[in-house]
Design a protein around this ligand. Structure first.
Ligand code: ZN
Ligand code: ZN
Length: 253
């Protein structure tokens, strides 16, 4: 099983998870043209994608989903709340999911996990194939006990480290947006993300990807410092997901 990103952050997201003939795209916040360009960078043909999973209706996750699904006749999976919230047009095949129930896409088992975020019915996803599990966890205001439990055993984890609270407080955002981002239904701060890492099975985690980093309210240096301090003697690989380029393919053993 391998995974990659075509971009991560408030200007557009898209994560690919592939094993054999099955390849799912989680969220798509880019135009068709931009997506094709970014897929080419990963040497992946758009026709290799099996399905799209959507986490929630915010434009950085949903904007490109409809057009891309229609162009490539892809089934799209999302919660009814996400679907009803935004007009995304006709889908070639729409799969409305129950965010408390796992489902299969070919050889993948997908476990949706509801998260606290200021969207209608947001969920994040754990995707397993064989004995490997990859977890995607961005766009949530705090770590609930259910989230901590569900994400405790991952071989690969893409984790939001959105902001540093001091930088957010002193930064350029208008006050209501600061309250939203830093609130219980906003985004994870570096220390909230570190808090999750202190609760999970680090011995199993091969790859940790820091993602959805705010360009205004965070810095790579601060994130690294805070996360590395939590990881202690951890022997895995740390990757930073970039807004512009995402990151290249990472294979789980
Ligand atoms: Zn987002
Ligand atoms: Zn969001």
């Amino acid at each position: 099983m391998r995974f990659a990103s075509i971009g991560s952050g408030s200007r557009g997201n898209g994560t690919l998870v592939q094993d054999g003939d099955t390849c799912v795209l989680v969220d798509l916040g880019f135009t068709i043209r931009e997506t094709e360009k970014r897929l080419a960078r990963l040497e992946l043909a758009a026709s290799a994608i099996t399905a799209i999973l959507v986490t929630h209706e915010h434009i950085d996750h949903l904007n490109g989903v409809g057009p891309f699904a229609r162009k490539y006749s892809l089934p799209v999976y999302m919660t009814p709340g996400t679907y009803n919230r935004e007009k995304i047009g006709l889908m070639p095949a729409l799969e409305l999911i129950n965010c408390h129930q796992s489902f299969a896409i070919n050889g993948f088992t997908v476990v949706p996990v509801p998260v606290p975020h200021d969207a209608k019915e947001p969920c994040q996803y754990l995707i397993s194939s064989g004995s490997s599990t990859f977890g995607i966890l961005t766009d949530l205001g705090h770590i609930t006990p259910h989230v901590a439990e569900q994400y405790s055993r991952c071989d690969g984890l893409l984790l939001e480290c959105n902001h540093d609270p001091d930088m957010l407080a002193e930064g350029p955002y208008p006050y209501p947006l600061k309250v939203r981002v830093g609130g219980d239904h906003g985004h994870l701060s570096n220390s909230q993300a570190a808090g999750l890492l202190s609760q999970i099975e680090l011995s199993r985690l091969q790859h940790l990807i820091i993602a959805h980093i705010s360009e205004e309210n965070n810095s790579i240096e601060i994130v690294r410092k805070e996360i590395l301090a939590t990881l202690g003697e951890w022997q895995g690989y740390l990757t930073i997901a970039d807004q512009g380029t995402g990151f290249g393919w990472i294979t789980l053993n």
